[in-house]
Design a protein around this ligand. Structure first.
Ligand code: HEM
Length: 194
């Protein structure tokens, strides 16, 4: 039973990818196909950030180690969807026009912070293996706290790009702040102040 958990979660995580691939190949993206792919992959990146951040609180509340076992895979899916999102922008939208892309990164704050979030994901991916966890010891935990900054950057990116409707991006920011608060070890803080 246990052996089907991870492949099962892996398959579930690929569903958004299959949906967008299906829409691309069957021409079901609507009048603005590039925008649709950018929005779809961007939103799924944020959803996977929220799911990944929920794993530790779920472990704490349910006492099942299962959540921690799938956390690394979920984190890698954050990078997978963020990279699809970035590639849509760089390859499909801007057709590798680097001067225009650099101009956007420097001048548009929502692109700048989105790009910063994607860059910060790289060290997390490179150090996600068991080997790196052992090699980096307690520094691994410190480094992986970057996911909090990435989460905040990702939601700010969404807030700043939304010109009028703030409702959805604000909901994500509230969920992220709530998940971050849940991860604070209040017991440790109280015992330190005593
Ligand atoms: C962790 C990194 C990132 C996250 C979580 C993220 C998330 C999002 C979200 C949620 C949206 C809006 C989706 C919607 O409207 O439903 C979006 C849109 C967008 N993102 Fe990102 N993004 C990230 C990185 C990037 C990067 C690296 C770039 C490019 C350098 C980028 C460029 C864009 C663009 C151009 C849009 C569409 C803007 C528009 O509607 O005009 N994003 N992103």
């Amino acid at each position: 039973m246990k052996s089907i958990f991870k492949p099962g979660v892996f398959t579930l995580c690929l569903i958004p990818f299959f949906i967008i691939t299906y829409k691309i190949f069957l021409n079901k993206l609507g009048p603005e196909p590039v925008k649709e792919i950018t929005h779809f992959t961007g939103e799924w990146t944020l959803i996977f950030i929220c799911i990944t951040l929920s794993m530790s609180p779920l472990k704490r509340f349910t006492n099942f180690t299962f959540w921690i076992k799938i956390r690394r895979m979920l984190g890698l899916f954050v990078f997978f969807y963020a990279t699809l999102h970035l590639l849509t922008y760089v390859v499909i939208d801007y057709r590798l026009d680097w001067s225009q892309i650099i101009d956007d990164v420097v001048k548009k704050k929502f692109i700048f912070i989105g790009f910063a979030a994607w860059l910060l994901l790289i060290p997390l991916v490179l150090t996600s293996s068991q080997k790196m966890i052992i090699a980096l010891k307690h520094n691994w935990k410190r480094l992986h706290k970057l996911i909090y900054i990435i989460a905040i950057f990702g939601s700010l990116h969404f807030i700043w790009l939304s010109k009028t409707i703030y409702f959805k991006p604000l909901i994500y920011l509230i969920i992220i702040i709530f998940l971050l608060i849940l991860r604070i070890n209040f017991k440790r803080i109280i015992s330190k102040t005593r």
